[in-house]
Design a protein around this ligand. Structure first.
Ligand SMILES: C[S@@+](CC[C@H](N)C(=O)[O-])C[C@H]1O[C@@H](n2cnc3c(N)ncnc32)[C@H](O)[C@@H]1O
Length: 255
């Protein structure tokens, strides 16, 4: 069956492309790519492809390019920044492809929150602090369900990650505090994670909004809130504890 490849190309650094993604985009006949978030080095790898910037097209036009070229037996790649499954609007395309009897395959990519954690050099799930990551966005033109209000999600005091929201950082701070985080909770903002002009700004809920305003960052950033950024205390893992046995290793010390 003819199929379209939805390919994640990672957060920006071309070396963070998967081998599979690189092979596909080098071979592709048609590439529909997500405009400004894909670096020129990756675009250059699309050696023989006819290129379409998705930022300039509407849903129906993108669909036509994907459908018509796939039916024409071309190798068609819909290239997404990060991972296609995160704020990638792929469902509306995959459902329509299925209706026309066209298959698809999703090739995962490194999403920008993972590149942001890497830039910070931190662990997002730290024993004794939190074992949960909440990935969300602030509401703007796209509505967020009421039950997912930031102040509600903040009640968990988990690690919170915000996409598409840095321009709303003041609102996020207010809601996070309303939900129960203290003003001294650490916050990090990573702008263009893994790009050459990456910036990492750290602070607390009390001062991060001003820092971001001063840096004039209004887009292409991930916000991370949580004590994992700068933990006062945490617990060592059970997995590597010398008194802990598991399927692959016996305890080295009996407690
Ligand atoms: C439409 S979403 C797409 C997310 C993408 N699918 C992913 O997995 O990273 C665009 C948002 O992703 C985030 N983003 C994308 N690339 C980024 C990067 N290199 N550094 C920081 N944030 C990034 C920003 O929050 C931006 O507003």
């Amino acid at each position: 069956m003819a199929k379209v490849y939805f390919v994640g190309c990672g957060p920006g650094d071309p070396e963070l492309l998967t081998v599979k993604a690189k092979k596909l985009i080098e071979k592709a006949d048609i590439v529909v790519y997500s405009g400004s978030l894909i670096p020129p080095e990756i675009i250059k790898l699309c050696k023989k492809a006819k290129m379409y910037d998705a930022a300039k097209l509407v849903r129906e036009e993108i669909f036509e390019v994907l459908r018509d070229n796939t039916l024409d037996e071309k190798l068609v790649v819909r290239l997404h920044d990060g991972d296609p499954s995160i704020y990638g609007a792929i469902r509306e395309q995959t459902d329509n492809l299925k209706k026309e009897g066209i298959g698809y395959e999703v090739v995962p990519g490194i999403t920008s929150f993972l590149a942001s954690a890497a830039a910070l050099g931190c662990e997002l799930t730290l024993p004794g602090v939190t074992q949960t990551i909440i990935v969300t966005r602030a509401e703007s033109r796209t509505k967020v369900p009421t039950r997912e209000k930031i102040s509600e999600l903040a009640k968990h005091k988990a690690t919170m990650i915000f996409y598409l929201s840095v321009h709303l950082i003041s609102d996020i701070v207010k809601e996070a505090i309303k939900g129960g985080y203290t003003k001294s909770t650490p916050v990090a903002v990573v702008y263009r994670a893994s790009w050459k002009d990456e910036k990492v700004i750290t602070g607390t809920l009390e001062n991060i909004a001003k820092k971001i305003r001063d840096e004039k960052i209004t887009k292409t950033a991930i916000i991370i809130i949580g004590d994992i950024i700068n933990p006062k205390h945490y617990e060592y893992s059970k997995l590597y504890d010398k008194t802990f046995s598991h399927g692959y290793r016996k305890a080295k010390v009996v407690s």
